[in-house]
Design a binder for this molecule. Structure first.
Ligand code: C5P
Length: 239
């Protein structure tokens, strides 16, 4: 089965999401990412609604708190029916294990436990900022690989990372460790504020497991056409 790029629903209201989804065929089951902007304004109902339409949901809330709190929060998110969610690896191995346990507790018996991945270093953090603000005195890449290994040790499925980090992460962990990569631009498209981008085809070659695409689809004149082009390129078709 062909794989779906994950569409970042970077909107601030359900009304905007409805208008966007109306541009897709009703029976097209999408994989969408709901982030803090949308979730904190529309609440858990937005996830229930997207699931009721038949879409898969990656809830990108990047949890980071004491293990007990994260475990309880994750139990609630699993009950909502999310398909994938995430935490900050900086919360530590105990916190990541608690997150996983929470998801398992919240999943109906016989149901699929949501995929849990970790954020390593945010791609907005520079090496200098990491060294000054976090007092981590190693190269940024070493910190990313360390956090990826911690996530693996905690039993998580993978990490969110730049496509440019995928090969090193796979070497440090395992080939089947999930690498979900944003910063994707089809060749010849507007970069927006993203700097280090790769095309869907390059992401596939590098070994990304999932790609997250926002503006190249949400701001396209014909979003469904843009989605299909990216999906085909991601799946190695029509090249
Ligand atoms: O519009 P664009 O394709 O740049 O959107 C990418 C999505 O991935 C946004 O929701 C953005 O917040 C998210 N993201 C990112 N870079 C990261 C982590 C998340 O662009 N390192």
């Amino acid at each position: 089965m062909s794989q779906r790029p994950i569409i970042a629903l970077d909107f601030s209201s359900k009304i905007e999401v409805e208008a966007f989804l109306a541009k897709f065929p009703h029976d097209e089951s999408l994989f969408v990412k709901v982030g803090m902007e949308l979730f904190y304004q529309e609440g858990p109902e937005i996830v229930r609604w997207l699931k009721s339409l038949g879409h898969s949901v990656f809830l990108d809330l990047k949890l980071h708190d004491i293990p007990n709190t994260v475990e309880k929060a994750m139990t609630g998110l699993a009950k909502l029916g999310v398909d994938m969610t995430n935490v900050h690896a900086a919360g530590g191995i105990k916190m990541m294990k608690a997150a996983k346990a929470g998801l398992e507790k919240g999943t109906k018996s016989g149901g699929e436990v949501p995929v849990l991945i970790a954020v390593t270093q945010l791609t907005s953090t520079s090496e200098a900022e990491m060294q000054q603000d976090q007092l981590i005195q190693v190269p940024l890449k070493e910190s990313v690989l360390h956090y990826a290994k911690c996530a693996q040790d905690a039993g998580l499925s993978g990490v969110v990372c730049s496509a440019l980090e995928v090969e090193a992460i796979h070497e440090a962990t395992s080939k089947d460790f999930v690498c979900l990569t944003p910063g994707i631009r089809p060749s010849g498209s507007d970069l927006g504020d993203q700097k280090r981008v790769v095309t869907p085809r390059e992401a596939r070659k590098i070994g990304s497991t999932f790609i997250v695409v926002g503006r190249p689809i949400t701001k396209a004149n014909i979003p469904y056409e843009a989605y299909q082009t990216i999906k085909n390129e991601w799946n190695g078709e029509n090249l």
